[in-house]
Design a binder for this molecule. Structure first.
Ligand code: PCA
Length: 215
């Protein structure tokens, strides 16, 4: 079993991105899962070529992309990627697309194909706050997640993989500068990523438990 995990470069004036700090802490092996970590740029025109190159070289069974959602109080497993770019802020190259599809030939949305609810249950059992989120936003994280799933449906036989996206909260040192912002310690984020990968490697079917939310 091979897994590819990605994290994003810092963006929006932040000095660091917890998703990137966390994936750099991951071990090379997790039980019988061989892990590859890759860094993704917060640049619309560059992110999907970089992601595709990482997938081509890692030939993974599972891909978990991760990014920061500052202000979220919990590890957020994203259920759905939508075919729209609507950037609230410019990316790291100054691009700010508005209402542009991620893939002109793609469907409106894709669902994650990792067992999100089983992962959320395992995270909570380990004492980590976790939710299923129904929106990855309309910035680079959604763009990468949509591109990932678009790639997954077009993968050649033998190169088929399952994919999903995890949004992580601010680190405490980031939240300290934002009034009332929640945060999560780096060790917890790193542990959470490993739990999600272990669950995803062990299960293809998800639990049938309610995780519905207003948003
Ligand atoms: N978070 C941004 C893009 C990069 C990242 O880590 C987002 O949620 O879209």
């Amino acid at each position: 079993m091979k897994a590819l995990v990605t994290g994003f470069e810092p963006f929006g004036g932040e000095a660091l991105n917890p998703s990137l700090v966390a994936i750099r802490r991951l071990p090379a092996r997790l039980g019988d899962i061989a892990l590859t970590a890759a860094v993704l740029p917060v640049v619309y025109d560059e992110v999907l070529p970089r992601l595709r190159a990482a997938i081509a070289s890692a030939a993974p069974d599972i891909v978990l992309c991760t990014g920061l959602a500052g202000g979220r109080p919990a590890l957020s497993l994203e259920r759905v990627a939508i075919n729209i770019d609507d950037a609230r802020i410019p990316d790291n190259a100054g691009n700010q697309p508005i209402d542009r599809p991620v893939a002109a030939d793609g469907p409106p949305a894709y669902f994650a194909t990792l067992p999100l609810k089983a992962a959320v249950a395992a995270l909570r059992n380990a004492g980590l706050p976790a939710i299923v989120s129904n929106s990855a936003g309309t910035f680079l994280c959604n763009h990468a997640f949509y591109g990932l799933m678009h790639e997954a449906v077009r993968a050649e036989p033998g190169r088929v993989f399952r994919g999903g996206f995890l949004h992580v909260p601010y680190l405490p040192e980031q939240a300290a500068r934002v009034p009332d912002a929640p945060s999560m310690a780096l060790d917890q984020i790193v542990a959470g990523i490993q739990i999600i990968l272990a669950v995803a490697a062990a299960h293809t079917d998800d639990l049938l438990v309610g995780e519905g939310a207003l948003a």
